[in-house]
Design a protein around this ligand. Sequence first.
Ligand code: GTP
Ligand code: MN
Ligand code: MN
Length: 372
Amino acid sequence: KLQTEEVEVFSTPSYACQRRTTLDNHNAVLTDALSLLAENAELSGEDGRGVAFRRAAAALKALPLPVTRLTQLGGVPCLGGHSLRVIKDVLESGASPEVEALRRSERFKALKVLTGIFGVGVKTAGRWIGEGILTLRQLRDSGPTLNRAQRAGLRHYDDLNRPVGRAEAAAVAAVVEAAAGSVLPGARVTLIGGFRRGKQTGHDVDFLITHPEEGREAGLMPKLVSWLDSQGFLLYQKTNSNSYLEAAEGPARPASNMDRFERCFSVFKLPEEAGRGGAGAGGEGGPRPWRAVRVDLVVSPVSQFAFALLGWTGSKLFERELRRWAGHEMNMCLSSHALYDHRQSRYLRASSEEEIFAHLGLEYIPPSERNA
Ligand code: GTP
Ligand code: MN
Ligand code: MN
């Protein structure tokens, strides 16, 4: 090249929890390609490779401008040889042959369709593909035994694969607040997950529920679920009681029997209101009066609330990186319940997310900047 141009060289810290990642992604073309490879690795049971591609994509999401040349990436962490090759292809020719081939691959398409059924994981989808089941039609026709979650997932497939909007999330929030207020006055409902990070759409709506008086939240989930069910809001639910208990010796000890932190995976029957886009995926005879929406509910005692809030706000990679930072850099163990300091052999208390970041020696990153 004859001309010399000034090109910005980027650099960014190596852990996603040290970076501010907004939804304003300047490198979506690159991160979409890497995310697709991550997704394929995860769908193929290769979690390590999946994480590597997720980390590479996340590093690019944090850059302030679009990347135009490979030479700008000298100070960007987490880019392995494979990721760099994909980035190079996209920068030079607008697309990566590997990624384009993957998009067209029958196996990848089938894995996406089948794991798109609520209740169907990677293993089940892989087994079905091995039996020649590649589409929903083939699944319905060949009739392998489906569990309760999978039957609900198949029945509401179109609704559950249609993104949930903010207005719908607000409508679900109103229902959950009514339920909580009715079964436990004073209960507090907080929107978590992607909507708390400012996303405009989500694959579900996530809530964390607590009560300002420690212990009052015990047994809340079954009451909440039965209220929702009696009002006709539930198409499906499965409640897991969580048996978290702090051990004086630290979190390496297996937790035992106290049911104090519960989770419910559910499918809501959400009435469609006029003006909230009730066009629906119905098809048979005009707009339907309701749609199915995936909703996750978590109940936490107020003493663990800050940890649960931090742990359930996401993104998934941000959470993973927080735990990796805690372990590798601080000799601490972070979970959605607590933070344990191995050097001091004690739990570190916190009543806000800010305090947890401070314990971890990290600058506070607000939810809207955790979109790694
Ligand atoms: P969309 O729903 O696709 O918009 O994205 P999201 O970020 O809300 O993802 P999701 O609802 O899957 O998860 C929300 C948060 O909950 C993420 O931070 C996950 O890491 C966290 N999460 C999901 N499942 C579990 C779990 O079983 N245990 C814990 N502790 N956290 C979980
Ligand atoms: Mn979510
Ligand atoms: Mn969720």
